[in-house]
Design a protein around this ligand. Structure first.
Ligand code: BGC
Length: 745
């Protein structure tokens, strides 16, 4: 059966090869420029109903709506038909049901969900449409579980490669970040459930996250850390945002007038609700007045929350007016009406853990896998003379749907890499599995949720002799070795940052020793954040990066290794050669103590590496394919533009490598004669394009001139500098293949 499947595939591929021999040029529209139209969000249409409800509520009932009355819901007013606002994590899919009064699982037997690829994987697809697919799919699951709010997406910028939540976030680049955030949010909210976009904002480290005061200059704030949040509000109509744990310029994010009132509401016109991160509130009157609407928290009697009895007392003492309370209750009612939780006719009812959702999870996973090295064309695997394959490594069987502190997913399906290979390899090939290295910790700081230190879990470096011998035997007995190494969700976790970039559990030594007995090795790293791969790279010419890749991750990986799917993932962050090359570390401004000052300013991620001419191990935007692409002939529709125009950038992408494949063309912009400091180049457009073997696609990226603006701090405005700009197209930030100059008048 499986042989037939593969045979059919080979025949199909051959047919494609033959039919595409003739060179042709097709037109492709940039799908990442597709408009994702959000539902209209205008709470004024509910105003009279809201006012009428509020007029009937007691002070206690109103305040009950402004704080958790259980772990993941705020109070409702049953007698008036106002339900609780029900929430669920999170970024990997719908979290299992949590008890009302503690973090313990509620013990339901019908809360199994689809485990979706982590955000890092979604970003590595460089495909906004897949972000929409994810949002829409997980939105349906949220509804099927009766939720009003999904605590996702998490869109903080990746500032340091050590960040414990790097896997949960998209990228180091603000443009890619917003282009993925918007479709995700629209997709979720299309299902009558609101996203809670988190963690607003500048929450870029776990170390001291509950106390640290982040100092970042205004221009950097606007150009790097806020664009995706702004787009979430102004382009995707997100109905809610989560205030982060940390401080910004002296004030906690959940009581930060500048961030919550001035920027979010006054500047961006946000009409939704601001929900606190769990136990991120420190004051009563100040929090409410400065823009927080709902306080959520970790277990303690809910009436002891800052926005509970203390708030009732504050109103009674005249420290805050009932009108102010009404303002916040109005917002909560507004979003409940918006998602049809009140008065809801035809509210979406959703579906959960369906085959369709697993397929969507697969579709994301399979486009996220990044081919880092393939010098000897070992991949796709050539199985003609292969009778046995050694599959070695704890990550061959490790599951990541749950683990660490962050919200996970209780799922009935998580295909591991080993299972994926078992499913996809032709019958007759023997798999010799050995665990190879053990997941062991010297000191597991995983009980530090409330008292964060940056010392994340530390892996034992020594190999277990028995496990090593088993691995060597499996390798010796096999024609080919696939090593599954990297990290996992216990090692990369919320609530701590990693101590360094080293690979845990002695896996470097394992790879080295296995190579001695069988040099025919493919190394696959599973992980969500940069690691030091220098030594691994010396050991193998075949290196693949996969992620915490969802329910179908193992099948997706096997399909890429076997060539059923040509890899097309690209790194959404820079992999440094060493930690001290990374901006936050080079400037000695991580993790700070009481204060962390972002000294690298605008030069986050590749902006630093490119401006300072530091060679990364793997650059931002990098990823190989089983075919070769050539990008050429970049042109613009005109030479000169004005501020309100859009530049039509066209170029050719030729597939000259033998099989069909997808390439991510990336548009970077430089302005060398700028009167202000600018990074060497910045991503301002991209397009993932399928190019058949032998074909050339003519691709268009539309670049609104406004995207070239910088934030002028004196004018408090976005300004487009006039003069010359260089537009550069490549397939990574370090492989620019064609350039053109334009002029802005
Ligand atoms: C995390 C949030 C999460 C919340 C509820 C917090 O510790 O920072 O991302 O949504 O817990 O689980």
């Amino acid at each position: 059966m499986r042989i037939h499947y593969r045979f059919t595939l080979i025949v199909l591929c051959a047919l494609v090869v033959i039919s595409c021999k003739e060179e042709k040029t097709d037109k492709v529209t940039a799908s990442n420029q597709k408009e994702y139209t959000p539902k209209v969000f205008d709470v004024s249409k509910f105003e009279s109903k809201i006012d009428s409800l509020i007029s009937k509520m007691t002070l206690e009932e109103k305040i009950g709506m402004l704080h958790g009355n259980s772990m993941f819901a705020t109070g409702g007013v049953e007698r008036l038909g106002v339900p609780e606002l029900k929430m669920a994590d999170g970024p990997l899919g719908i979290r299992e049901e949590i008890s009302r009064t503690s973090w313990a699982p509620a013990g339901w037997n019908n809360d199994f969900a689809t485990y979706y690829p982590a955000a890092g994987a979604v970003a590595a697809t460089w495909e906004p449409e897949l972000s929409y697919v994810f949002g829409n799919s997980v939105g349906q699951e949220a509804r099927a579980r009766g939720k009003d709010m999904l605590l996702s997406p998490a869109i903080n910028i990746i500032r340091t490669p050590l960040g414990g939540r790097t896997y949960e976030y998209f990228t180091e680049d603000p443009f890619l970040n917003k282009k993925l955030s918007v479709p995700f949010i629209v997709g979720v909210q299309d299902n009558d459930v609101m996203t809670c976009v988190k963690h607003y904002a500048v929450n870029n480290q776990e170390t001291n996250r509950g106390t640290v005061d982040v100092l970042v200059d205004e221009r950097t704030l606007r150009e790097i850390y806020l664009p995706a949040y702004k787009a979430a509000v102004t382009e995707a109509n997100a109905y809610s945002l989560m205030g982060a744990y940390n401080k910004f310029r002296g004030d906690y994010l959940c009581e930060n007038d500048l961030m919550l009132n001035k920027i979010l509401r006054d500047e961006w016109g946000f009409q939704g609700v601001v929900v606190s991160d769990w136990a991120a509130v420190h004051t009563t009157v100040k929090s409410l007045v400065n823009g927080l609407d709902i306080e959520m928290g970790t277990p303690k009697p809910f009436n002891e929350f800052f926005l509970a009895d203390k708030l009732i007392a504050a109103v009674k003492a005249g420290e805050i007016s009932e009108e102010e309370i009404n303002k916040h209750v109005k917002r909560v009612l507004g979003v409940l009406f918006q998602v049809k939780a009140i008065d809801g006719v035809d509210r979406e009812t959703g579906s959960i853990a369906t085959e369709e959702h697993y397929k969507e999870s697969y579709n994301i996973a399979v486009e996220s896998i990044v081919l880092l090295e393939n010098d000897d064309d070992v991949l796709p695997l050539k199985l003609e003379d292969v009778k046995s394959i050694a599959v070695i490594g704890n990550n061959a069987t490790k599951k990541n749907a749950l683990g660490g502190f962050g919200a996970g997913v209780k799922t009935k399906r998580e295909i591991t890499p080993l299972e994926g290979l078992q499913n996809r390899l032709p019958d007759g090939i023997k798999i010799n599995y050995a665990e190879g290295y053990l997941e062991r910790y010297i000191e597991n700081n995983n009980d530090q949720k409330e008292n964060i230190s940056h010392n994340g879990p530390i892996g034992v470096k020594e190999l277990d002799e028995t496990k090593l011998q088993e691995a060597l035997t499996a390798a010796k007995d096999s024609d080919l070795v696939i090593i599954l190494a990297g990290s996992n969700r216990d090692y990369e976790t919320e609530a701590s940052d990693r101590l360094d970039l080293s690979l845990p559990f002695g896996q470097e030594e394992l790879i080295e020793k296995v190579k001695v007995v069988n040099p025919n090795i493919v190394v696959v790293m599973i992980g969500g954040a940069p690691f030091d791969l220098n030594k691994v790279k010396e050991q193998t010419s075949t290196l693949v990066w996969s992620w915490f890749n969802g329910s179908e991750g193992g099948n997706a990986l096997a399909d890429v290794l076997l060539g059923n799917v040509n890899p097309s993932g690209k790194l959404p962050w820079t992999m440094p050669k060493k930690l001290s090359d990374s901006p936050a570390h080079a400037t000695n401004s991580f993790p700070g103590d009481e204060i962390v000052e972002y000294k690298e300013g605008l030069l986050v991620g590749y902006r630093w590496f490119d401006t300072k001419n530091i060679e990364p191990l793997y650059p931002f935007g990098y990823g190989l394919s089983y075919t070769n692409f050539e990008i050429s002939n970049v042109k613009t529709d005109k030479e000169t533009y004005t501020e309100n125009e859009t530049i039509e950038v066209t170029f050719n992408v030729k597939n000259a490598g033998g099989i069909d494949g997808k390439e991510v063309a990336q548009l970077y912009v430089s302005k060398s004669d700028s009167s202000i400091e600018r990074p060497a180049q910045e991503l301002k457009g991209f397009k993932k394009v399928l190019v058949n073997n032998g074909a050339t696609e003519n691709v268009t990226i539309n670049l609104p001139v406004k995207e070239l603006a910088y934030y002028n701090v004196d004018k408090k405005a976005w300004v487009v500098e006039t003069g010359a700009y260089k537009l550069k197209i490549g397939n990574s930030s370090r492989n620019i293949q064609s350039e053109v100059l334009i002029d802005i008048k």
